[in-house]
Design a protein around this ligand. Structure first.
Ligand code: PSV
Ligand code: MN
Ligand code: MN
Length: 426
């Protein structure tokens, strides 16, 4: 289904007076404070986040999965769902495919469909953490790191295939996340596992088209609980350097041990020009994949502050590829994604409000109190009217969640797809 323009406009009409009042108030304060509102709005409007093709249905845990009615049953429907998100929020203009879960059957048709929703194909993700039907070798004891060369070769070949698939769609990057690791001390040899991984990644890297990037994701634990081969940013950074200029580290917010200073990691990677991709989510304990900003919004703001600084001061770092990597167990996935998109924009907008000049001065003067005041002044600003304006400027919804409900989108999806439809690939 597609959102009817007139109905969207009608919904906006109901909120426009309130929006104008709030926006004018904020704009007045911001202008007095010396901010260029139009420049900030333009940055917000340009900020697009990819939606992963696996996040549009209910996720579930190992204790069960509670489906959500009207889930997209194929890639076409998944792209339609992202179209809905993008229409409302105007910030979800990309999709990130997981292969082989979402291999297109008709490339031209899928490209046309995505284009009709103003959606581009972002990074493609390989999958060497599951055994596929009829696969010759098993990934039970690892893929790119496996002690058995036949397994490594199969995993390398899969990644090469994923690049080819992505290339046909216009993707420009491959994300490699490995489940490789060990569950028990002594199960494997750390040095051999790392060396095999490096060699395998180099083989994949060799086949990367010139204008492509390789993103290497890290994660400290899970599904293996004793060790993970690419456990932290340092390991990923080392591997990226070993591969070459087109290889980068990918930071996923949930892939850190509790209390890790992620903003510092971001800063270091950008200084070295190696932050390639970024996965948004939130967590309380580990890789919880919760709605962005739902648990630690201030941490998200501090991370965005580091990202904004990097985007403005580190030309050596490419513009990062943004993606939401979340899972939905109890909420409507589309509503959850709308909330995540809003939280991302909010943290970004607040980071754009940080008075960088004043902060630098306060840092030079060792005025620690002032430094904190500057950051928190930006953080405490209610930027929601700015986000509303950015969406309006692109013909999106003033209030995406409210509009989603007013237009009865889930109900319509259920009517169209049936109550029992289960998201493909799960
Ligand atoms: C597993 O932890 C994971 O969530 C990684 O973050 C990947 O990006 C994603 O799955 C898709 O492979
Ligand atoms: Mn991830
Ligand atoms: Mn993850």
């Amino acid at each position: 289904m597609r959102i009817d323009e007139n109905r969207l406009e009608d919904a906006n009409k109901k909120s426009i007076a309130r929006h104008n009042e709030h926006f004018d108030f904020l704009a007045g304060i911001m202008t007095n404070d010396g901010h260029d509102i139009n420049a900030i709005l333009q940055k917000l409007q340009d900020f697009q986040v990819a939606i992963p093709s696996w996040a549009l249905g209910a996720g579930g845990t190992r204790f069960g999965r509670f489906g959500f009615q009207g889930e997209p049953a194929n890639l076409e429907q998944k792209i339609d769902d992202i179209g809905i998100l993008h229409k409302l929020t105007q910030t979800a203009g990309a999709v990130s495919l997981h292969i082989p879960w979402d291999v297109p059957s008709d490339y031209d048709a899928i490209k046309d469909l995505a284009k009709s929703h103003d959606i581009v194909f972002d990074a493609v993700n390989s999958n060497t953490f599951q055994d596929q039907k009829n696969a010759k070798e098993s990934y039970k004891y690892g893929s790119l790191s496996n002690t058995n060369s036949a397994v490594r070769e199969q995993a390398i070949a899969h990644n090469v295939d994923v690049i080819k698939i992505g290339d046909r769609l216009g993707s420009k990057s491959l994300t490699v996340w490995l489940a490789d690791g060990t569950n028990f001390p002594g199960q494997g040899n750390f040095q051999k596992a790392l060396s095999h991984t490096e060699d395998s990644l180099k083989e994949i890297y060799k086949t990367l088209p010139n204008d492509w990037k390789l993103f290497i994701e890290y994660k400290p634990y899970e599904p293996n609980f004793y060790s993970t081969v690419i456990q932290d940013w340092g390991t990923s950074f080392m591997l990226a350097n070993a591969c070459g200029d087109k290889a980068y580290t990918l930071v996923d917010l949930g892939h850190h041990l509790p209390n890790t200073n992620i903003e510092q990691i971001v800063s270091t990677l950008m200084l070295k020009g190696k932050l390639g991709g970024f996965h948004f989510n939130d967590s309380k304990y580990g890789d919880d994949d919760l709605t962005v900003g739902s648990v630690k919004p201030y941490a998200l703001f501090l991370i965005f502050n580091a990202l904004v600084y990097g985007m403005e001061n580190n030309p050596q770092n490419p513009y990062p590829a943004w993606m939401i990597d979340a899972s939905h167990n109890v909420k409507d996935p589309l509503e959850d994604l709308i909330q995540s998109l809003e939280a991302i924009q909010e943290a970004y907008a607040k980071a754009l409000l940080v008075d960088q000049k004043a902060l630098t001065l306060a840092q030079q003067n060792h005025d620690v109190v002032k430094c904190q005041e500057i950051l928190q002044d930006a953080y405490r600003t209610d930027v929601r009217p700015l986000l509303e304006k950015a969406r309006l400027n692109r013909n999106g919804a003033i209030n995406p969640i409210e509009t989603y409900r007013t237009l009865k989108i889930r109900e319509n999806l259920i009517k169209e797809r049936g109550a029992d439809s289960v998201a493909s690939g799960l």
